[in-house]
Design a protein around this ligand. Structure first.
Ligand SMILES: [Zn+2]
Length: 243
């Protein structure tokens, strides 16, 4: 545990910068990883010469603007971790502005978000084991498990139905667990403990204590942790309600 804490760098979005670029990029030329400051929400970009991958869309249309500023003209793969507004609120604006070749999701998408998902020909529900390689970049789904069914999730466990994705580029590894909470992590530990090691961890559930336990840090052993949260958010160290 001690060595984890000594080497850990925690970067918190939502206080000053509009975006953070992280990762051992000096040794992995060509990869640019971006976490956008979208307040109490999530939106991230992985860009290589061969691929543009977006993970979650933030609250609103601001994310589409930020993607444009990063030079994004199309999206090879859009991954929606789960159907909460702070992760899919920007979907409409992004779908309007950028062609999306493929979209991964899990759980039930209703209303406007569901209608948008259905208009994207490359939209597919995913479960653990789904893999896609785009040039040197590989994306691998670690959760939810297939036996849970990609559309099983009831409204009460949407966070625990989060798509957990690992991105691999050369020797670099990045873990995006959406809002994975304790039940979700239990499943991930059971099925994928040996695959969790990553250089960069996007803290699950905006840095709340049930999203990033010491067990998560011990198994992932990240060098950098990104916490995407709003200024003076209500959580502190404890989660009082679901977002
Ligand atoms: Zn969230």
């Amino acid at each position: 545990m001690k060595c984890v804490l000594v080497t850990l760098v925690v970067l918190v979005l939502g206080s000053c910068n509009r975006e953070i670029h992280v990762g051992p990029q000096s040794s992995q030329a060509g990869l640019r990883t971006t976490f956008f400051d979208v307040g109490q929400a999530d939106a991230a970009l992985l860009k290589t010469p061969e691929a543009t991958v977006v993970i979650d869309t933030g609250h609103n249309g601001q994310t589409a603007q930020l993607l444009r500023q990063e030079g994004v003209t199309h999206i090879d793969l859009l991954i929606l971790s789960h159907a909460h507004a702070d992760h899919i609120g920007g979907l409409a604006a992004i779908a309007k502005r950028f062609p999306i070749a493929e979209l991964w999701y899990a759980g039930r998408y209703r209303g406007r978000a569901g209608a948008i998902v259905r208009t994207i020909p490359g939209a597919v529900p995913v479960t653990a084991g789904k893999v896609k390689t785009l040039g040197r970049l590989t994306l691998e789904v670690l959760h939810p498990e297939a036996e849970d069914g990609p559309e099983r999730n009831a409204p009460t466990d949407v966070n625990d139905g989060s798509v957990v994705v690992k991105a691999i580029y050369g020797e670099s590894r990045f873990l995006y667990p959406g809002d994975c909470e304790l039940g979700c992590w239990e499943q991930v530990f059971r099925a994928h403990r040996s695959e969790l090691r990553a250089d960069v961890l996007k803290a699950a559930h905006h840095g709340s204590s049930n999203g990033t336990s010491s067990g998560v840090l011990i198994n992932v052993r990240p060098q950098e942790v990104i916490i995407s949260c709003g200024r003076n958010n209500e959580y502190g160290g404890r989660v009082k309600s679901r977002v």
